[in-house]
Design a protein around this ligand. Structure first.
Ligand code: PMP
Length: 368
């Protein structure tokens, strides 16, 4: 039974399942009969080793991660990975160049960071607005690139890939921060996947990296040792003190995913929730407008404008105020794009989405 009256549609840090919060609360002062909190526990203790191994084991099980992939838990967030990816992988080939798909602010930031370490080729013509994914037939991939990079779900704009890019054998890297654990992934198609935890997988502080073993060991010499995948993988993510509490919370979230039907169930739920909101947008006669092309509208972050395509600020403010009165918070779009953004991560329930859907219908009726 949900205790909270507040419905959190935030883009991250985001809602966590109620049962995870209750369990963390129950165990906070005395973890597993040890008499101390996870927050106070040595990362080298046998109790914590069980926690990190359990978290990794559940990730491997839920995502079917093949044995030739390492799983590491790092600090520095998704942004840390914008540096770590080129530092570890751009040296895979002599040319030191990488292909980037730039479909939103997060992949743009990643590309900019990579320029510090090698040559970056944006494989498609520059987009005027981040509302679409350029046709694969318009991409110019470089066969000598060390890797091809893309952001699977652009959190700010609500642009999500519903296909895995074809790279003709070049290593594929994906930032899955905001749609991780929301649908099955064939890990074997990727050289590397990373995801910050604070959307679907837990709280801020830890970033998961899943990397194919044979790609390790090509790190540039200037790579900070804490970001060196090979070092961290060999040391079970414990070259230095890992983000213990965040790893523990991720373990609880993964238990919750498993107990609620696994990744396939999360995918089903995400489709139900997002189509509920998109259906209202599509049948509103242009009152609500999603600026993103239909084929790449995100299941995780639904972006919309009210009143007209560019948005009517006063109307959007009224919408947000009304939502807030009903306990629905964090619906304001990212400052870079404005408008409304509805984040529907795994922990947001169908009932919560229905509450928003009825409010949207009501608001439409009153203002049409
Ligand atoms: N990638 C994506 C897709 C994101 O949504 C975010 C943050 N919202 C980041 C990377 C950056 O993550 P962090 O703030 O943890 O550095």
């Amino acid at each position: 039974m949900e205790q909270k009256q507040t419905i959190n549609f935030g883009a991250g840090p985001a809602k966590l399942p109620q049962s995870v919060m209750l369990q963390a609360q129950k165990e906070l002062l005395n973890y597993n009969g040890t008499g101390i909190s996870i927050l106070e526990m040595s990362h080298r203790s046998s109790d914590f080793l069980k926690v990190i191994n359990k978290t990794e084991g559940l990730l491997r099980e839920l995502l079917n991660i093949p044995n030739n992939y390492k799983v590491v838990f790092l600090q520095g967030g998704g942004s840390g990975q914008f540096s770590a990816v080129p530092l570890n992988l751009i040296g895979l080939k002599e040319d030191r160049c990488a292909d980037y798909l730039v479909t939103g602010v997060w992949s743009a930031k990643a590309a900019k960071e990579a320029e510090k370490y090698g040559k970056v080729n944006v494989v498609h013509p520059k987009l005027d607005s981040y509302t679409k994914i350029p046709e694969p037939s318009s991409w110019t991939l470089n066969p000598s690139a060390s890797y091809v990079y893309y952001c699977c779900n652009e959190t700010v704009h609500g642009v999500e890939y519903n296909f895995v890019p074809e790279t003709k054998g070049v290593v594929l890297v994906s930032d899955m921060s905001s749609n991780f654990l929301s649908r099955p992934v064939d890990v074997s198609k990727f050289g590397l996947i990373f995801a910050g935890a604070q959307k679907n997988a837990g709280c801020a502080g830890v970033t998961v990296v899943i990397v194919r073993e044979d790609l390790l060991g090509h790190t540039l010499k200037e790579c900070p040792i804490v970001l060196d995948y090979k070092v961290q993988a060999e040391m079970n993510s414990m070259y230095n003190t890992p983000p213990c509490f965040s790893i523990y919370i991720m373990g609880l979230v993964l238990d919750w995913v498993k107990n609620n039907g696994g990744i396939a169930a999360m995918e089903k739920l995400s489709k139900l929730k997002s189509s509920m909101i998109y259906n209202i947008i599509n049948s509103s006669n242009g009152f609500y407008v999603c600026p993103v092309e239909t084929t790449c509208q995100s299941r995780m972050n639904v972006t919309l404008r009210l009143g007209k395509r560019e948005g009517d600020d006063a109307l959007e403010k009224e919408f947000l105020d009304g939502a807030s009165k009903r306990g629905m918070i964090s619906l304001k779009g990212h400052r870079a794009v404005g408008g409304i953004r509805v984040s529907l991560y795994n922990a947001v329930t169908l009932e919560e989405t229905e509450a928003l859907a009825s409010y949207m219908k009501e608001f439409l009726k009153e203002h049409q």
